[in-house]
Design a binder for this molecule. Structure first.
Ligand code: 13P
Length: 248
């Protein structure tokens, strides 16, 4: 039985005062929901998460990681630095990084490898644009994005990944994928993983992301291959984030 996992992706939002209120609200409202929960925050706030979340059920992590271990890479944050601040997770290949920073699937695979090598859990993101969906290319696009990662890692590492299906047309638009559309993509991604390792495919958590809210979370989470959510906008309000965790 796969555990459910809900991760808040704060993107480039927050400040120390607002984060403090948000994190205390989340911790205060968490009951024993039987789901895992984490926030992925801008790097400057990792220390704040460590100070406020250590010893609570809420894990934390970064939103991107360098493929390099250290050195002359201005602006980059290494996996070891994320670990230094107690991180558990790091997002790899979010569609905003693919779109605005030109990250290729090959680079995303190297980032996932760097994360794994430091003991972090990479949350590798996949998704098609609206044009790609309308052209009937969804499966080809997400399979190619996933395959780059599967080709780069050892079979024993497959079970250490978290995958996130985030259709680009659903991110920040209020247009959630229907539970059936999301389930079809998740089942397909799991089948792709199974070609590399059938046993690990049954255990790998596949999160859905894209305008998930307390109102639509329950139906999405009820799908057999949806193991949780990667939440953007709704992760910035404790009541909404808790509402989604509760829906699990
Ligand atoms: P929204 O929940 O704001 O649509 O963002 C989803 C997302 O991109 C999470 O990584």
């Amino acid at each position: 039985m796969r555990r459910k996992l809900v991760i808040g992706n704060w993107k480039m939002n927050g400040n120390r005062a607002a984060n403090s209120a948000l994190l205390s609200g989340i911790v205060a409202g968490l009951n024993d929901f039987g789901a895992d929960c984490a926030v992925c925050v801008p790097a400057p706030y990792l220390a704040q998460c460590q100070a406020q979340l250590a010893g609570t059920p809420v894990a934390w992590g970064g939103q991107d990681v360098s493929v390099h271990a250290s050195g002359a890479y201005t602006g980059e944050v290494s996996a070891a630095m994320l670990v230094d601040f107690g991180s558990t997770y790091v997002l790899c290949g979010h569609s905003e990084r693919r779109a605005y920073h030109g990250e290729s699937s090959a680079l995303v695979a190297q980032k996932a490898l760097a994360a794994l090598a430091s003991g972090l859990t990479p949350v590798v993101c996949f998704g098609e644009t609206l044009a790609q969906r309308e052209a009937g290319q969804t499966e080809d696009v997400i399979c190619a994005q996933l395959q780059a990662v599967l080709d780069a890692i050892e079979p024993a590492q497959v079970g250490k990944l978290v995958l996130a299906y985030e259709p680009v047309w659903a991110i920040g638009t209020g247009k959630t994928a229907t539970p059936q559309i999301a389930q079809d993509a998740h089942r397909f991604l799991r089948e792709c993983v199974a070609r590399k390792d059938a046993v690990a495919a049954q255990g790998v958590q596949i999160l859905y992301g894209g305008s998930m809210k307390p109102e639509n979370a329950k139906e999405l989470m009820a799908q057999p291959d949806i193991d949780g959510g990667l939440i953007g906008g709704a992760a910035l309000k404790a009541t909404d984030f808790l509402g989604i965790i509760q829906a699990v």
